[in-house]
Every structure is written in structure tokens, then in C-alpha cells.
Design a protein around this ligand. Sequence first.
Ligand code: NDP
Length: 243
Amino acid sequence: MTHRVALITGGSRGIGAAIALKLAQDGFDIAITYARNEKAAQKVVSEVEALGRKAVAVQADGGSTDGNIAAITKTHEAFGRLDALVCNAGIYPYGPIAQMTVTQIEEVLNLNLRAAMVETVEALKYMKTGGRLIYIGSAFGERAPFPGISLYAATKAGLIGFTKGVARDLGPQGITANVVEPGPIATDLNPEDGAAAAVIRKFTATESYGKVNDIARTVSFLASPDASYITGASILVDGGLVA
Ligand code: NDP
């Protein structure tokens, strides 16, 4: 495979960090963004470099237009190309809709949905045939199995529609767009031993949490040439939560 470059937003921890390492193993040079956690971001950079690939970490607030644009332009400045964009950074506001504030609504829309749109537009300035757009949605974009997740579910459902439209726009150029929809995955955002973990586990068919590498392996496949005929798809990796 020729030299390829992937950008993973929110790549300092959790699912994003696992995707960064998997794509590095696949031969991609890696750019990650992070919000605050420089130490964790630098650890991922070191781990990618230990795999023999190049890596940069970009501090960029995914909730702002400037941050979205900086993520793409700094990746291009570092590597001179962009082959795969993985929009992964996300937050999970939790609570009944009547208690949600306008600030919470704006924050989750900006990071979980609007960022994917702005970053896609910017990425397409550099992406060529064979390019890959991969959005990390959620099984909650398909189903809201318990109360308190309306804002989050709305942003993740929004990614599905966005992806279908983007796939239509870019199909003729040989660029694919897909959503990966995790179920409960053990991370800081959704700890396996957290207060809600026992309830969440029961919503899956497997009665278990998934691992970050379950998502990373799926992203790896979608980013590969073998997935060139998969586009506009929403791929559940959810232990059967939506079954
Ligand atoms: P984590 O909270 O473990 O990690 C979040 C990552 O996003 C970190 O790298 C963090 O950076 C970064 N980030 C947070 N806010 C911003 C911001 N404003 N700008 C840029 N980067 C930011 O999350 P997960 O790994 O669990 O989740 C990743 C994605 O997967 C999200 O989109 C989430 O909705 C989705 N998902 C997760 C599930 C789960 O069960 N874990 C289930 C379904 C979907 P920093 O280290 O600097 O804080």
C-alpha cells in the first residue's frame, strides 16, 4: 500500500486512541486531535511512532469552527495529504430533556454533529479517490433504550442522514462515507464499572461491554481498499443492543 494519512478527532483516549493505533498498524501515518489532555495525546503519538509510523497531535476544540478547520489544515501541513478522516470526538450529555440547557444543546450539536460537517467540507479540499470518511455514531442513533439520552441520540441519528447524503455526493469520486455505531464500549465516557453499567449491559444481547478494539477493527476495515463498495452504511458494533 502507498503512504496514507489518517486524522482521528478525539484520538487521545478511548475509542479514538485505539483507532489511531490500529490504523498505524495498517500503515497509515496518524494525526490526532485532543481537547485538553496533552499528556495522553503525546502518549498516543509515541505509541504510533513505536509502530514505525509518523504521528502528530493537534490541540483543537472540535466544538468550534476554528478547531474543526485547524484539525484538517494542520494534518495537511504535517503530511501533505489526507486519506481517511475519522470523526470520533464526542460528548454524552445525560438527563431528561426538560432539564437540558441551551448551552448543553449547542455543545453536543457542535461537537457530535456540526464538527463532522465542517471537517468533511475541509477534508474534501485534500481528499482524493480512495478517500475514506468514517463517522463514529452510536447504537443510540438507532434506538433510545432508556430515558435521558435525547440530545445525544439526536446527534448520532443526524450522522446517519449526513453520511447517506455525503455518500451520494462522493460516490462518483471513489470516496466512501460510513457510520460506525458502537454499543457500550468500556472507556472514560462509559466505564464498565460505572453507576449505569449493570443496566446498560442488560440492553445488549451479549450482556457485556465491548472493547475499544472492536470499534478500531471495524474502522480499519472501512478504511481499507477492501471496503471500497461499502458506502452510505451504518454499521452497528453493539453486542446486539439494537437487536
Ligand atoms: P472518551 O470520553 O473516552 O474520549 C473522548 C475523546 O474526545 C478524547 O480524546 C477527548 O480529548 C476528545 N474530546 C472531547 N471533547 C473534545 C472537544 N471539544 N474537541 C476535541 N476533542 C474532544 O470517549 P469515547 O472514546 O468513549 O467515545 C468516542 C466516540 O465514540 C464518541 O463520539 C462517542 O459518542 C462514541 N461512542 C462511545 C460509546 C461508548 O460506550 N464509549 C458508545 C457509542 C458511541 P481529551 O483527552 O483532550 O479530553
